[in-house]
Design a protein around this ligand. Structure first.
Ligand code: NAX
Length: 325
């Protein structure tokens, strides 16, 4: 059956890196035809049309159609997968409250449109920043959609952490299992190696605490800024790749031998307040994310998790205070 995939911010740089991979079958698998629904603001429609022309020129066998919209109701009509990429970036001198408010103006109406128009099985991934809180805003505006269908992306952070640990230990990425990103997709996130293994060995035994605290954690958490510094533009292909990984695993299931990370609605696990959209160690089974339970959290990790979760609580309280949820 054809799957309708709505991508917001389709004319942006992540959109450009994402759409061709969706159309080629990498999002949902080689047997699933897709219909793309590109949602942009009016100023972005012409560029989205250009991208659509290029998509046509690829003659992807799985791509059954492309439609472009500048209003959310039409954009989310029948959506089975909704990738919320378009967001309001932080302008110079913008306070956090202004940023949250501007994004509330985007993600609130999009949540309502998803509630009213999307398919019953819709799965939503917020990529646009602040991703966790944008996902929360959308979720709160979609009371008829099960809350667990709203997620935010920390898979890029997860992949960055895999790659850093692989580089340090000299092992291939495929040998690293059970890393976790906890908390917010922000500089407070906590990449946790204490349950990870490298070729079956506990990762924490292979690296020292100084490297962990002074190198690994800040490198992963600040990688986005380092990319901007080097490239003169924010991560795009790697962000698109992570969005593909997230949705692919959500729909098709994670492998038996490792978990991954995703920001999903908390059920109170690991002391994360219920209802927050926070990153956890997760597996996907039968098309749903499940939080990996029963991990021991030592004092160091507890402090790091609490700091990031506290930031999410503050963001939630701020959007509540602004009347956005
Ligand atoms: P761009 O500025 O290249 O593109 C954003 C696009 O969104 C533009 O075409 C704009 O017209 C469109 N847009 C804005 N408001 C919209 C709305 N209301 N409806 C539909 N479209 C709208 O940004 P890009 O580099 O593609 O990044 C997109 C978002 O991803 C940003 O918020 C960015 O911060 C976030 N990121 C999130 C990451 C994550 O790991 N969660 C990592 C990469 C990235 O930084």
């Amino acid at each position: 059956m054809t799957t309708n995939v709505t991508v917001t911010g389709a004319a942006g740089q992540i959109g450009y890196a994402l759409l061709f991979r969706i159309a080629s079958g990498q999002l949902l698998g080689p047997d699933t035809p897709v219909r793309l629904r590109l949602l942009e603001i009016p100023q972005g429609v012409k560029a989205a049309e250009g991208t659509a022309m290029e998509l046509e020129d690829c003659a992807f066998p799985l791509l059954e159609g492309i439609d472009i919209f500048d209003n959310p109701e039409q954009g989310f009509e029948g959506a089975n997968v909704a990738l919320l990429v378009g967001a309001r970036p932080r302008a110079k001198g913008m306070e956090r409250g202004d940023l949250l408010e501007a994004n509330g103006g985007i993600f609130g109406p999009q949540g309502e449109a998803i509630n009213a128009r999307a398919a019953d099985d819709v799965r939503v991934l917020a990529v646009g920043n602040p991703a966790n809180t944008n996902a929360l805003i959308a979720q709160q505006h979609a009371p008829d959609v099960p809350a667990e269908r709203f997620t935010a992306m920390t898979r890029l952070d997860h992949n960055r952490a895999l790659s850093q640990l692989a580089g340090k230990t000299g092992a291939p990425v495929s040998e690293i299992k059970n890393l976790t990103i906890w908390g917010n997709h922000s500089a407070t996130q906590y990449p946790d190696i204490f349950h990870a293994t490298v070729s079956g060995e506990p990762a924490a035994g292979l690296v020292d605490q100084n490297w962990l605290e002074d190198d690994f954690i800040p490198t992963v958490a600040k990688r986005g800024a380092a990319i901007i510094d080097a490239r003169g533009a924010s991560s795009a292909a790697s962000a698109a790749n992570a969005a593909i990984d997230h949705v692919h695993d959500w729909v098709n299931g994670t492998s038996e031998d490792s978990w991954t990370s995703a920001a999903i609605v908390s059920d109170g696990s690991y002391g994360v307040p219920e209802g927050l959209i926070s990153s956890f160690p997760v597996c996907s089974k039968g098309g749903s994310w499940e939080i990996v339970q029963g991990l021991e959290i030592d004092e160091f990790s507890r402090g790091k998790i609490d700091t990031s979760v506290h930031e999410l609580v503050e963001e939630r309280d701020a959007v509540k205070g602004l009347g956005l949820i």
